[in-house]
Write a protein that binds this ligand. Structure first.
Ligand code: RB5
Length: 153
């Protein structure tokens, strides 16, 4: 499994913790930055990882910003991306089992490193359950392909 990982300045410390976890688990990864504590814009880094997942250049993604909210909003704009913002292991597990989530999003200012590690462990080791959930994922794909909703500026 190759994982694409990215963060903004608010997620940098947690990204470093996640890279240590990848090394422990023997995962290959591509690090899309950011690499310093300088303030950056989360959409720039969310875009890089989400595009890589959408194009199949990496198998899964992990995005981290302060709350995880901005990165989630960005990631879920991309075709084929199902990004799940999880701050406890139950949601992380269910997002794999039922939603076949392919990007995990964490808030570096919301939870500590220990909990983040636990969440990531569960998320990366849980497989999609398939079965009745396949047709639900298919409906998401249909919405992606067929709908252009006009939203208020
Ligand atoms: C950066 O200050 C912060 O806004 C960002 O990391 C994130 O929380 C946005 O959703």
């Amino acid at each position: 499994m190759i994982v694409g990982i990215g963060c903004d300045h608010a997620g940098l410390a947690m990204k470093e913790e996640m890279l240590a976890l990848f090394k422990d688990l023997g995962f290959k990864y591509k690090d899309y930055g950011t690499f310093t504590k300088d303030s950056v814009d989360y959409p720039d880094f969310g875009l890089k990882v989400s595009e890589a997942v959408s194009k199949g250049e990496v198998d899964r993604g992990l995005l981290i910003c302060g709350t995880g909210i901005g990165m989630s909003i960005v990631a879920n704009k991309f075709t084929g991306v199902r990004a799940a913002l999880c701050h406890e292991p139950y949601s992380a597990k269910m997002s794999r089992l039922h939603n076949d989530a392919n990007i995990l999003v964490l808030g570096g200012r919301v939870i500590g490193k220990g909990l983040a590690r636990e969440i990531a462990m569960v998320w990366f080791t849980t497989e999609f359950e398939g079965g009745r959930h396949i047709s639900r994922i298919d409906k998401i794909k249909e919405i992606e392909g067929n709908r252009c909703l006009k939203v208020k500026e």
